[in-house]
Design a binder for this molecule. Structure first.
Ligand code: UDP
Length: 143
């Protein structure tokens, strides 16, 4: 297994519930290290650009409105197999189908307001990380 980096977004619903710390604990408990983090209130352009792959989907407009409805916490997580490990602990897109104990099962209400985003492949992770962070803003652990 290789050390990977992945992009996490704690979405406006979870930030609004004061759940940043609770969700960060989930990351740290499975060995994911936070190597960059920024709280941001996304602009419409930023949200549309980030989710451009979904621009033809019927839920796109509502998704963008939701993502700009409040601040988000954008982070880069690092660890062995980070992309898959992060996706596993997030749970299914629809929280009603998410396995018990996953972040979405515990913190999300609905498929459109589902608490967290996580890159779904290593290639997408690289693109998504560079969408928000410069290389010099990543802080690999030295101890
Ligand atoms: N989404 C939605 N309605 C749907 C499917 C997805 O609002 O029917 C939103 C939801 O916030 C989801 C995001 O669009 O997290 C991206 O969808 P994707 O299928 O990539 O799911 P994810 O990778 O986030 O689990």
């Amino acid at each position: 297994m290789a050390v990977e980096r992945t992009l996490s977004i704690i979405k406006p619903d979870a930030v609004g519930k004061n759940a940043i710390g609770g969700i960060y604990s989930r990351f740290e408990s499975v060995g994911l290290r936070i190597v960059a983090a920024r709280m941001k209130h996304l602009t419409q352009k930023e949200a549309e650009g980030f989710y451009a792959v979904h621009s033809e989907r019927p839920f796109f407009k509502d998704l963008v409105s939701f993502m700009i409805s409040g601040p988000v916490m954008v982070s880069v997580l690092e660890g062995e197999n980070a992309v898959a490990v992060h996706r596993d602990i997030m749970g299914a897109t629809n929280p009603k189908q998410a396995a018990p104990g996953t972040i979405r099962a515990d913190f999300a209400e609905s498929i459109d307001e589902n608490a967290v985003h996580g890159s779904d492949s290593l290639e997408n992770a690289k693109n998504e990380i560079s969408y928000f962070f410069r290389v010099t803003e990543l802080c690999p652990r030295t101890r």
